[in-house]
Design a protein around this ligand. Sequence first.
Ligand SMILES: *Cc1c(COP(=O)(O)O)cnc(C)c1O
Length: 375
Amino acid sequence: MPRPISASISVPALRHNLSVVRRHLDQAAQLAGGEAASIWAVIKANAYGHGIERAVSGFSAAQGLAMLDLDEAVRCREAGWGGPILLLEGFFHPADLEIVDRYHLTVTVHDDAQFDMIEAAHLSRRLNIQLKLNSGMNRLGYAPATYAAAHARAEQLQQRGVVGSLTKMTHFATADGPQGIAQAMDIFTRATEGLAGASSVCNSAATLRYPEISVSRDGAPQWVRPGVCLYGATPFSDVAASSYGLRPAMTLSSEIIGVQSVPAGGSVGYGAAFRADRRMRVGVVACGYADGYPRHAPTGTPVTVAGVATRLVGRVSMDMITVDLDPVPDAGIGASVVLWGEGGPSVDEVAQTAGTLGYELMCALAPRVRVQALS
Ligand SMILES: *Cc1c(COP(=O)(O)O)cnc(C)c1O
């Protein structure tokens, strides 16, 4: 028997979460009397740890799939995805364009160096591009003052038959927080005013919180790019994914593999970081940071044992964690443990306690953890 830790990935939950976002966008469009946005389902980083092929299956109703890695894009084609594929960082080297061309990928263009590579390439068909504006995040994208010139260069390439569709794109730095998107949206609107093409601006936070900005009112299509919410996790620190009706797609579970009766004053784990203030039963769980559990999760981090909510005690080690069994007196070796997901705490609760994000925990699921797909 393998070590008793596994992750289950629910393809129906992926499908459900996509339909939640779909309805959210449709309602916004109905309210505003415009056209609802199309969805790029973001599946970068191995679909946030859920597996590319499972994501292709779960998001088959999306209008497009978006990611960073060329090999993930190729895997989507090999898994039978014939729709649009967007490379969110574009391409990096001239040779990438051969694969972009062969697999008919849409690319983000954020710098003139990429236009130079496009002009030097021998493409067999028109290249669809999303031209990225830096609206204040100062990561990738053209500065507002240079955007119109870049757009003109793309239109010239369109006229020469090199570029196909041209979409105006930006990415928000503060859609999840109190600052919101007003300032970035203002920069985007002014920099792209009068320029032809569809728009692509919203991540999960903006899609959920500001769906009205994704409604098309002038006939130019709109795209949104939700990621984390499609996996049933939240982009917000103050709103749970469940409040939107989203369901966790990843459940990390394991079992109790040892039990200790710790006397009052006894310590647990490395560094003797936890001391029992009374006699207590401590369960040892087959799950550690080498499985992707966050090493910085402190005593008190929620965990569910045999269906009962309890807490982590002591330090997380490479292969094991220790949990308080006092709330579950009947739990012994073999008792089920849910670290996060269905039947346990949300990945966001665990992440927040550990000082990180659900995003990071899902992406960090270790290759040594067996994965079962629920279809
Ligand atoms: C990752 C990413 C997204 C999705 O972000 P979420 O917060 O997971 O919704 C959207 N757009 C770009 C450019 C990204 O890199």
